[in-house]
Design a binder for this molecule. Structure first.
Ligand code: NAP
Length: 319
């Protein structure tokens, strides 16, 4: 038999598997339901009882959801990107939205740099060849890639992850330039800020780190991709739709770009068949933040946001 106090506890729905420590944290303050298969999971029951929702980035949170989740007060997204959440719809209903900034910066920057190296030095292509045909005869002209030292890396979106990639790049002897950003004091950094078009035209490597918003959808379209230097390498660990994927296939196929490294795709989980057919692109299934410490910290921050909202009245990282 639950006490009166327990009966009055608010309910939170976790849409997807969440680290057990984070489920336990939520459970200290709320009644927790975990529904890994989505909000049509039988475990959900009456959706109107939930005051909080903890979705993964693959869950769309939009106006349709509010038709049944009528009691929601907070959506705590387990990601820093919030393009899966309809912010205006949430704001219109007074629902607070939070994300997980900072805790995944280094993991994602590591992966962006891994993709930069893999695409530039043809790691995917070389490994596929070795597995399929055995060790090839050694030759000085075989599998030549791109040298990094002394070249220029352009960072599109110089926020937390963009800056962390820049720090790694300097260790490899790259010069770094970046697009301007409203939040960063230009004078406090040694990174030259240039408009997007200038950056594209003067970078040997380009790494994309802008959030996906209506104004950044296809920020790199056919025109912008053609503005990139011939033989440049493009890396995207932000969101797929920031780049026009069909146009990217064209510039990779005709050799305008040397290679690309992609962790994210325009229509996940679908990968453009043109990309799958190309040798000069490294394709990863959205694993930017995939290390156990980072995943736990993301889950804990998502849980702490919900707990703080209901215990103090303010979430920790609202957007
Ligand atoms: P952040 O700190 O907010 O940085 C984003 C930067 O992009 C800000 O400096 C922002 O400038 C800039 N920006 C926004 N619109 C722009 C535009 N049109 N042109 C140029 N710059 C623009 O975010 P973050 O933590 O670095 O994360 C960046 C993104 O990475 C996330 O939104 C998410 O989609 C993605 N991500 C992916 C993975 C993965 O698993 N692959 C993991 C983590 C994050 P202002 O300051 O002027 O707004």
């Amino acid at each position: 038999m639950r006490s009166e106090g327990e009966r009055r506890r608010r309910s939170v729905l976790v849409l997807g598997p969440l680290h057990p420590d984070a489920v336990a944290r939520l459970g200290e303050h709320l009644d927790v339901t975990v529904a890994p298969t989505g909000h049509d999971d039988p475990a959900v029951g009456d959706p109107s009882r939930f005051a909080a929702l903890v979705p993964m980035l693959t869950k769309k949170v939009d106006a349709d959801l509010f038709a049944t989740f009528t009691g929601l007060r907070i959506v705590s997204n387990v990601a820093v990107g919030i393009d899966n959440v309809d912010l205006p719809a949430c704001r219109a209903r007074g629902v607070v939205v939070t994300n997980t900034p900072g805790v995944l910066t280094d993991a994602t920057a590591d992966l962006a740099f891994a993709l930069l190296l893999a695409a530039s030095r043809r790691l995917g292509e070389a490994e596929r060849l070795l597995r399929a045909s055995g060790f090839p005869p050694w030759s000085p002209g075989f599998m030549l890639g791109k040298r990094l030292k002394g070249k220029t890396l352009g960072i599109v979106g110089y926020g937390r992850i963009g800056k962390a990639v820049a720090a790694r790049a300097r260790g490899f002897g790259l010069d770094v330039i970046a697009t301007p950003s409203s939040l960063v004091d230009v004078t406090a950094h040694d990174t030259k800020r240039v408009p997007l078009e200038e950056l594209l035209g003067s970078s040997d490597f380009v790494s994309v780190h802008v959030p996906l918003r209506p104004e950044t959808r296809h920020l790199l379209g056919a025109r912008e991709l053609r503005l990139m230097k011939r033989g440049a390498v493009l890396v995207n660990t932000a969101r797929g739709a920031v780049i026009d994927e069909a146009a990217l296939v064209e510039v990779l196929r005709d050799g305008h770009l040397f290679a690309a490294g992609l962790d994210v795709f325009e229509h996940e989980p679908v990968v453009h068949p043109g990309l799958l057919a190309l040798e000069n692109v490294v394709l990863l299934p959205h694993i930017g933040s995939a290390d156990p410490e980072t995943r736990r910290e993301m889950a804990m921050l998502a849980a702490d946001n919900v707990v703080a909202f209901f215990t103090t009245g303010s979430a920790l990282t609202p957007v």
